[in-house]
Design a protein around this ligand. Structure first.
Ligand code: ADP
Ligand code: MG
Ligand code: MG
Length: 907
């Protein structure tokens, strides 16, 4: 082991208004640790503790348990001493014990993904000391049974592995509740708790053969290692994959003095948000429970109460609870503990101002004293994201650039999905009401288990409550419905993070997992029945409800305007029809970067003419068929040019190999032969003739236009005539004719000659002209390498990064599905290069092509039209490379606009 490894700091302390770290150190300390340090620095009361860095997690993965414990032993022991000094208690001491929590915390928050152990340091002796010291035997034993349960789950492997396995601890508790005729954990007597401790330990011994560790230090080392291990748990891996977080980030471990929310009715615990995470509304909100610890609020075991009076009243209205009952049974914290509430309110304001973003906080009240246990930038829906960014800007807390940087471009996608048609909603039958946990519209068939979420095409995952194990199914389902749990329940928090529609805490639902039924008001629904969820109102609706497309308005429109103000690049769209062009334009597309003409030939009435063209044996026959196609193409172009009035439209000449257009089935071949009055044999021969071993590298792109110049002629004529026709109507069309799959200057020149002479001919015929450009796609590596030559003739470049990726990697796009998933699984590739532009390799060709092209024509217009044009990281790359525009599918235009602005701001 080298010296550096020994001397580097692996443990960072916080507490008592000081800290070794701060909020900028998230990569090293994890988000939780960095923010605990920061809160301590700005005077927020956090229980003292320390953070073991994420680097140690990586060291653990390399070196193993023993070596890593050796590396941190000294620092950890010293840091525990530091907690002891601040708290005036002692770890392992039976008279005056210090208990600690061991908490995971990666650099990004992964709610519920990894593990936490509370009340660590208890054993049969310490528990008695704790009871004596606090004069609260019930509290001491409650803490002990919680500790054994959590430690058993997290460290000793007691957690059930599949849905059929019963959680042994839950089972023991349920049995005891049943025997004693009680419902709530809080109803257990002290003797019950003692019995539970005994039975829990017994269950651990039976299942694992292990004695529960009594030495607090042994407990601590075990918990630290378990937190490191949780980074590689299945659900953490799945979550990382879903969000594209690399495995080598690792998690930090936070060790912190316990504060107790379960000390009686002057204690409690809760979760709160500085703004509404579902809608973005600027109201402080959250939930709490009296006499409870940590996870109780999110676990949905008891019905949590609202923190603010406003929130409490809104909640009661939805839950149909009468005001007097609300005030008596479910008072808000604001009413119940006004002083604590005021203090909490101060902190939430202070934290939001400090972080200048919406905060999601955890707190605990121990015997009348408030402690803050966590703060982080809150997860939110796409709609809330946009509203919060614009509100913070208007409130003067952040500037325009910061507002744009608060937008996660991909999350805008949620705002582009269909919403319920208000007309259909009026006629809908509402069967029950829950909490509007995560907005959106979802229609699907009921399933009751997360691992059956793909049983039907559209499903509504219907659960009593959800847990981290359900993550994958929640992601697959169209919507999530729970009978239990509040606005901060697992289901609600996770659904908001995913931008998935969720209705939670619909108490009137009776769910029977065994019978797979959902009963409400005497009516029974079964697995497979259709229901709809309105995540914005909490309504649960019978059957399907029609949806309509959303519009870009309000704050969404405002943020888009800001994006265009800061973006250097333009955003165009890939569109083959006037309808797509219109949609894209309504989302702010500034032109079309790619119109694929071949799509126009696949429609029923056209494919016939196309086939005739292909099957023709002579140039004359081919020209005849092309003449039939001309008016159809022309009217297509008119429609698209009109939709994009005044904006540039790049039209790509015919690209795919001809065999894609001919029929391959005998019956269709027969029909064709009959229609064309030729023999079936002739059709079959032609089809066989067109067959290629490797069509992707075959007779396609400009190779078609070169061998069949009359195709290029017809397409050019259709484009120019369409533009001239519109000109007569006073509509400006700006066509850019693009030659595909060019690898040499000569290929381009040959096509350009045909295009220009055809255009000239049309201009003469019509005695009128329009302006147009002739350029090329750069999608063959050789074109990028010789871009300076091609740029002498070409008026613009558009990088076709789909083909360029295919040809640079040598991966056939059609066949890569067989090995790419394995490559990603094995870490040979970190992402699919067809989804995220490979900046390291393919990116070099884009850079080189741009540079070489502009060395000849400094103002050469350069864009990109592959799938990558709507992927934020790739958009950023295009900006850095100096491209003039990116082009993407219509629904990704808003995403690309924000990504382009962010790229310019980050520069
Ligand atoms: P997660 O990331 O899943 O929220 P946490 O580490 O934040 O996990 O902890 C789980 C719960 O335990 C939270 O409610 C938290 O507030 C509570 N908790 C953690 N540490 C302590 C502590 N030292 N004292 C009291 N409660 C704690
Ligand atoms: Mg937490
Ligand atoms: Mg291509």
């Amino acid at each position: 082991m080298d010296k550096l490894q020994k001397t580097k700091t692996r443990v960072y302390r916080f507490g008592n208004k000081t800290a070794d770290g701060n909020s900028s150190m998230k990569n090293l300390l994890g988000g939780k640790g960095a923010n605990l340090a920061e809160m301590s620095l700005i005077g927020i009361p956090v229980p003292p503790g320390f953070t073991i860095t994420t680097e140690v997690c990586t060291e653990y993965n390399e070196l193993g348990k023993e070596a890593v414990l050796k590396l941190i032993k000294n620092e950890v022991e010293k840091s525990v001493e530091n907690i002891e000094t601040i708290m005036g208690t002692q770890f392992g001491n039976t008279e005056n014990p210090l208990l600690i929590s061991v908490r995971s915390g990666a650099r990004v928050s992964m709610p519920g993904m990894m593990d936490t152990v509370l009340n660590l340091g208890l054993n049969d002796d310490v528990v008695i000391g704790l009871a004596k010291k606090t004069n609260n035997e019930r509290f001491a034993w409650d803490s002990y049974r919680r500790f054994i349960q959590m430690y058993g789950d997290v460290v000793l492997g007691m957690k059930p592995e599949s849905k059929d396995d019963i959680d042994p601890f839950e089972e023991i508790m349920d049995n005891l509740k049943h025997k004693r005729g009680i419902k709530l954990d809080t109803e257990f007597t002290i003797q019950d708790l003692k019995d539970l401790v005994y039975d829990f330990k017994d269950a651990i011994k039976k299942k694992t053969g292990l004695n529960f560790p009594t030495n607090p230090w042994e407990q601590l080392w075990g918990a630290i290692i378990a937190v490191f291990n949780s980074w590689n748990s299945d659900r953490a891996i799945y979550y990382r994959k879903m969000n594209g977080y690399p495995a080598d980030w690792g998690t930090a471990v936070n060790v912190q003095a316990m504060v107790y929310g379960n000390m009686g009715n002057n204690s409690g615990t809760g979760v709160c948000f500085t703004r509404d995470a579902a809608t973005g509304e600027n109201v402080f909100n959250g939930e709490y429970l009296i006499n409870a610890q940590g996870e109780d609020v999110v676990a949905g075991v008891r019905t949590p109460q609202q923190i603010t009076l406003l929130g409490s009243k809104r909640w009661a209205e939805l839950a149909k609870i009468d005001e007097t009952i609300r005030a008596e049974k479910y008072p808000s914290l604001e009413e119940l503990m006004p002083e604590i509430f005021n203090e909490l309110n101060e902190y939430q304001k202070k934290l939001e101002n400090h972080y200048r973003d919406m905060q999601d906080m955890e707190f605990t009240i121990q015997d009348g004293k408030l402690w803050i246990l966590q703060t982080r930038n809150g997860k939110r829906t796409g709609a809330a994201m946009v509203k919060i960014a614009m509100d913070l800007l208007k409130e003067g807390l952040i500037n325009e650039k910061e507002a744009l940087l608060l937008i996660e471009p991909n999350k805008l996608d949620e705002l582009l999905h269909p919403v319920f048609d208000p007309k259909a909603l009026k006629k809908a039958t509402v069967i029950a009401q829950g909490l509007p946990a995560s907005p959106g519209a979802a229609t699907g068939q009921i399933v009751f288990f997360a691992d059956e979420a793909n049983k039907y095409k559209n499903t509504i995952l219907t659960r009593i409550e959800t847990s981290p194990e359900d993550l994958e199914g929640m992601n697959l389902a169209k919507g999530i419905l729970t009978a239990r749990g509040g606005m901060t329940s697992h289901a609600a928090v996770v659904a908001r993070g995913m931008g998935k529609c969720c209705v939670s805490g619909a108490g009137s639902l009776k769910i029977n997992y065994k019978k797979r039924t959902l009963t409400v008001d005497g009516r029974e629904f079964h697995e497979g029945d259709w229901i709809s969820l309105n995540g914005s109102t909490g309504n649960i609706i019978e059957g399907k409800v029609a949806t309509i497309n959303p519009t870009l308005s309000g704050e969404f429109a405002e943020i888009m305007e800001l994006a265009d103000k800061y973006a250097a690049m333009k955003v165009r769209t890939n569109a083959d029809t006037p309808k797509d062009a219109q949609i894209a334009r309504s989302f702010g597309a500034q032109g079309i970067g790619l119109t694929r003409t071949e799509h126009m030939f696949f429609e029923v009435d056209r494919i016939k003419a196309m086939r005739e063209m292909i099957l023709a044996d002579t140039v004359k026959g081919r020209k005849q068929a092309l003449e039939d196609l001309l008016p159809m193409q022309r009217s297509d172009f008119e429609g698209i040019f009109e939709a994009m009035e005044g904006l540039p439209v790049t039209v790509r000449l015919l690209d795919p190999p001809l065999h894609e257009f001919v029929p391959h089935q005998l019956a269709t071949q027969k029909d064709l032969a009959e229609e064309m009055h030729i023999s079936l044999e002739a059709v079959k021969n032609k089809v066989a003739e067109l067959e290629e071993f490797n069509p992707m590298l075959g007779h396609r792109g400009c190779r078609l236009g070169i061998t069949y110049p009359e195709i290029t002629e017809m397409q050019t004529r259709a484009i120019i005539e369409a533009a001239l026709n519109l000109k007569e109507k006073g509509i400006v069309a700006k066509p850019e004719i693009m030659v595909p799959l060019v690898g040499t200057l000569q290929e381009f020149s040959a096509q350009e000659k045909i295009i220009r002479s055809t255009a000239k001919k049309v201009f003469e015929e019509r005695n009128d002209t329009i302006e147009f450009l002739v350029g090329t796609m750069i999608e063959i590596p050789r074109a990028a390498l010789t871009a300076d030559l091609i740029a002498e003739k070409a008026e613009f470049f558009s990088f076709g990064t789909n083909d360029l990726t295919q040809m640079t990697f040598g991966y056939s796009r059609d066949d890569a599905g067989k090995f790419l998933p394995i490559y990603i699984e094995e870490g040979i590739l970190s992402v699919d290069p067809f989804e995220v532009l490979d900046q390291e390799g393919v990116g070099q060709l884009v850079e080189m092509g741009t540079k070489k092209g502009r060395s000849v024509k400094p103002k050469l217009k350069v864009g990109i039209c592959g799938e990558h044009g709507g992927e934020p990281k790739s958009v950023e790359f295009c900006h850095r490379t100096g491209l003039n525009y990116v082009s993407c599918s219509p629904y990704r235009v808003p995403i690309a606009r924000v990504a382009a602005a962010q790229a310019a701001i980050k520069e």
